[in-house]
Design a protein around this ligand. Sequence first.
Ligand code: AHR
Length: 489
Amino acid sequence: MKKFSMLINAADVRSHIAPEIYGHFSEHLGRCIYNGIYVGENSPIPNVRGIRSDIVEAFKNIKMPLLRWPGGCFADEYHWKDGIGEKSQRKKMVNTNWGGVTEDNSFGTHEFMDLCEQVGCQPYIAGNVGSGTVQELAEWVEYITFDGISPMADLRRKNGREKPWKLKYLGIGNENWGCGGSMRPEYYADVYRRFQSFCKNYSGNELFKIACGPSSSDYNWTEVMMKNLGEWHAKAISLHYYALRDWNNKGKAAEFTDEQYYELMNTANYMDELITRHTQIMDRYDPENKIGLAVDEWGTWYDVEEGTNPGFLYQQNTMRDAMVAALTLNIFNRHSGRVVMANLAQAVNVLQALVLTEGEKMVKTPTYHVFDLYKEHQGGEAVYCWSENEQMAGGAPMLSTSASVKDGVLTITAANCSMSEPAEINCGINGFAAASVKARILTGAARDLNDFDCPEKLTIKPLEAKLENGVLKAELPPCSAAEIRIFAE
Ligand code: AHR
């Protein structure tokens, strides 16, 4: 048993944890939307207007704050007008990025906004910059948000929605350095400025515009964006980073060696360095912290499950993925001064999914349970949290922690990323009159997973944690993530 001292000073508030850091991503890719979230009104699977009810319930339970749509790479070939009006009349298209399948556009703007309303989360729309026009994006904003008489607002009414929706988060393109147009940063910065100029704030709606930011460690992209975009142009720039081994040999989701496990923990932990270094660049141009970093795609990426369409990116999800989620969310909490949003890729049946479906069956993945354990951080104030640590093989720290205070309750999340060593934590708590504690844990062997025959192999269980003379004591088994909530007198 490894013993780790920890110290929390709840009076030392570092930054606000935007709920949107716990956001998600749903693309027209594989079985994320069709045969995932959207089964159609005539499906025998319980649904409301075609949207699967068990998925909506699952999303609500983790307090999903935000959902990004329609892509991803799909966003820059999506023409929103093809996805409105009478379904049988909607134009079909080829989804060139993801398997070359025919997209029938039966899930469009109204269906997405309906999904967000059912879940109670904020919509985040990624606009088409790569193959769309300024007019097209400007009209989409008008269609969604304008309350008066106008061609787009009238069209929306004709399609059955009298009142506008609220839309805050608008992405001006996606990965415009790659699938979104292969642009150079200097060129994209100008394109961004042009597109965003015509996306207006209508009828009391205020857009929070997000520019395409860097891929991984492309620090030059961040430098050029920050040089060229003031806060009056962009409220945030994005960052995309996936924990993956090698594009040509990503490895299997559920079969891996111990060495590969530790390698992946290190790859995931690299998020810390990435955010630190992009933040340093942003700090130079924006010392007042007016432009946020939106990590609007992150997660693990493996080879697809055998026998599935390679373009559908369907992968299983083990405790290894749960540990990646647990350590990454702690990184986001600690960087919440600059990180204003993050979206796990993706919500259903794609990459590091929250839930997997097969017919009427739905499985909550270990990753899902981590979002459940961490949900109380949403909207909290991140406070000083230090821990002793030890480097694992591969280089990542064994213990990952963060803490926040909300509504007078101190929430600590701690993950023991070791595959074999249990950890004992002894945590001093300053600045908080700790009176009682309640804790929950997710734990299992690194290769454990939930599947359709055994959907509840991994679930959240109560964890015994004690307060002794103001010191919190708990034992974390190997490969575990815990939520510890401390209540005041
Ligand atoms: O999430 C899958 C893909 O990864 C997205 O479409 C794209 O933005 C990224 O490269």
